[in-house]
Design a protein around this ligand. Sequence first.
Ligand SMILES: [Zn+2]
Length: 426
Amino acid sequence: MKQQKEEKVKEKKQNRRAAKPAEAPHKTEEATKPAPGKTAEKWITTMIQDAVRQRSDAVHIEQQHEGLTVRFRVDGTLRPYAGPETSLEDSVLSQLKKMSRMKTGDERVPRDGRFGAIVDSREVDFRVHSLPTSYGESLALRLLDRATLVPMTKLGLQPDALAKVREMMGKPRGLILVAGPAVSGKTTTLYAMLSEIAKGDKKVVSLEYPIEFDMPNVIQSQIDPRSGYDYPTALRVVTRQDPDVVMVGGLGDADTARAALETVLGGHVVLSSIHASDAAEAITRLLGMGVDPYLLGAGLEGIIEQRVLRRVCPSCKQMVTPSATEREWLGMKPGQKIVKGSGCPECKGSGYKGRVGVFAVLPVTEELRDLLPARPQPNALRQFYRKAQRVALIPDGMAKVKAGLTTFDEVIRMGGYMPSQADAPV
Ligand SMILES: [Zn+2]
């Protein structure tokens, strides 16, 4: 069955190659009024427009048991989207891969590709990844819009947190890590920091895989692990470029983490991100990889914990009376009100539009450096942070509820649990 499908796809691909120009998908705008009859191209064109207009970060197209499922990620949440007719499913997949200029021939290995589209005069880059699955494949399309580059002042950092980040960035050397799970806005924060640093008086080199945006005043170098140009290799040579600041996409393995810390000790500021729920987990992950605790203590300047929450829709927001639980957690007096979105066409009835970051900025202290050689467990580190630094994500989230930016439900969703008394705002 699967084999048949693959052959069918191949056959269609060959027909298409002969019949259609490869540039067709770029003419997104012109295709708004399709000719009669449905084709894969028309479905793709409409899908691209809808994805951009609904402010999606990603489109997920997956072959499932029951056929093709399509979902948009908007403000962090997946929304179903109407897929193509069954007869068009294979053509949609092969056409998307073709316009992404993916290598074809073997559908059983993961592939990367990209294509550009212009929707409502916005230039959007689609970065496409295909993964073979039990029912065929899964295509993930990430949308990268230059308009999503935000300055540091617009990330949602409170003034004291912003000051702490700027202080860390102003040091002559040190590793600054942004920690959070997937889709927590780490890349947005890294780019915001980069664009603040790269004003022309500093040499800034960023090592990326892949390069997501063109940044003025930044030397961007794309990593290519398949040809041996991986993060550790790039970090070892980057110092010869005489950089002040180096950005490394992510510290995913011990070699990269060590090379990043050694770059720091050579007298550079290094910005990077790590997949971890909080600072405590980031540190224990690095130690668990085999990074030397003294090296980590010497190089790490600070960790920025972060999440993104959905922002209350400005078009339908209204003042409402908080529930007893909300009033208790927010420390509000009777009669005080909070903001919620009632749902409108602008936000597709969700009551949310756009996002706001929630942060805890944790510079490394001498006490923390002293703790590291004992290889503390995450909970011990959490206790340390709670006692020593008195900043955490939940209170920052609660402050943003009180400021009318987001809702109590969003803060709970971020925590994945009911906050404990220890998380209550002080
Ligand atoms: Zn609304």
